[in-house]
Design a protein around this ligand. Sequence first.
Ligand code: AQP
Length: 324
Amino acid sequence: MRIFSGIQPTGVVHLGNYFGAIRQWVELQEGNECVYCIVDYHALTNEDMKPDVLREARRELALDLIACGIDPERTILFVQSDVPEHTELCWILGCVTSYGDLTRMTQFKQKAAEQEFVNGGLFYYPVLQAADILLYLADHVPVGEDQLQHLELSRRIARRFNYRFGELFPEPQPILGKGARIMSLADPTRKMSKSYGPEHYLGLMEPEESIRKKIRSAVTDIGLKPGQEMSPGVANLFTILELVAPTEVVEGLRREHAEGKLLYKHLKDVLFRHLMEALAPVRERRAELAARGDIDEVLAAGADRARVIAREVLGEARARVGLD
Ligand code: AQP
């Protein structure tokens, strides 16, 4: 399989990114051809993004990914803007994308509703995402649940292009992991996300004390809806626990919950302990990598390999639509 996925360099990798996407990225390196992209063009849609921050965030994110287990020797790891073919294909694909489909993207609607100035990039974001994936003829995309609608749009775009200009792009299928939907600890009705502020995410490299505090103050007491056995906050803590603790620990706590004996402080303490244990190797590797001085070269080599595929596919797309 050819796997493609991307992540924005916005300064923080949080548990949602890690369990929703990156852990699968690492596993999928076994036996597949993987292309992983630091999507800095996408990060420009963020109104608060400062040039210096973006420049540095790309390197930092590359080191985070390597610390998580991405192997740039085996896998193509690169920065999106080093391969400008992405933006050219984006334009071509935009011309086979339905405006109506773009207006229905819930992520755009949510973000637009929360901002005073809504830039056009935010609206066009899913077309660029389709270009990112289709440029590598990827058939599978490991993502969190929040990206399913965008991926469905990528398939529609591929279908429409193929219908008009002849079969070129595979229709990319999602790969959803167990952590596909991690919610905010401060508001478990919303996804864990950077956009809502620091209390809404747990950073992979965040100081231990800060992680402890955020878990301790995680919201657990939002009322139950009819038919719900667990409040969204407690369910979210269990979701994360399942990703880091042995089954017998999780089952034991689930039993206590069912019997009405579970103390949430205990659940939080157990979660904190297992989470820190699970993250320890990544955090240690990241600390070692901080001194690595060759990250620009590593990313440049990744871009060279990406460009070989990108040029060929873009060339074919240009020819199909009549640009060459
Ligand atoms: N809460 C989440 N649960 C599971 N998966 C998640 N992902 C993001 N949040 C969650 C997955 O992480 C990958 C990288 O996504 P991204 O670069 O788009 O990250 P993001 O969406 O920018 O993360 P934020 O914090 O939510 O950023 P904002 O607030 O800017 O939108 C994707 O596969 C995504 O599904």
